[in-house]
Design a protein around this ligand. Sequence first.
Ligand code: TYD
Length: 203
Amino acid sequence: MFITFEGVDGSGKTTQIQLLQEALEADGYTVVRVREPGGTQLSETIRTLLLSSDVGINSVAETLLFNAARAQLITEVIKPALQEGHIVISDRFYDSTIAYQAFGRGLAESGVAEVNSFAVQNCHPDLTLFIDVPPEAARLRAEQRNQGNKDRMERNHNSFFDNVYAGFKQLAQQHPTRIHEIDGLGTKNEIHSSVLKIVKSVL
Ligand code: TYD
């Protein structure tokens, strides 16, 4: 089973992924956890380029780089783990590319979707948990976490993140069976209970 977590920067995905992994492992499942971009030698190298480089990267190149990192992660890690019968949890996947590169950067959604589709070669999440934290609240959390050290993506303007958030909301409406919206403003344990309930209903 392939589970992905989505949300704007500062939505608390990483904490929730950790809690879900612990709960599933306590139930005897083997969990393989990955994050995007990253998880293979090539994908981590691309991550460094995308997040920390001062090299100019235009929106189309950015879309292709996220997808190059993704394609490698799928063949090296995600597909083999799924074939072994493990649960794979990914911190972000292709919905982020629609939200950030189409809605955030303003690229045509159909074009970004086409690149995503070519990159994933039929590897789709069974379940996506969108941790819904509105951009202003997420901004505050991200600022506390980063203490002013922003990566290349985080340096975007507030309006960029407002558009990214609108993108996630639209995706959730377009794919109501796969994408579950979870109120990310509750307590850590409340959110975890909601996540677990949904995951267990699908397992
Ligand atoms: P990361 O530090 O992993 O952020 P977070 O903890 O919020 O997930 O950095 C990943 C950044 O890359 C984040 O700002 C979202 C962005 N991103 C895209 O713009 N497009 C994508 O396809 C993906 C996977 C991530």
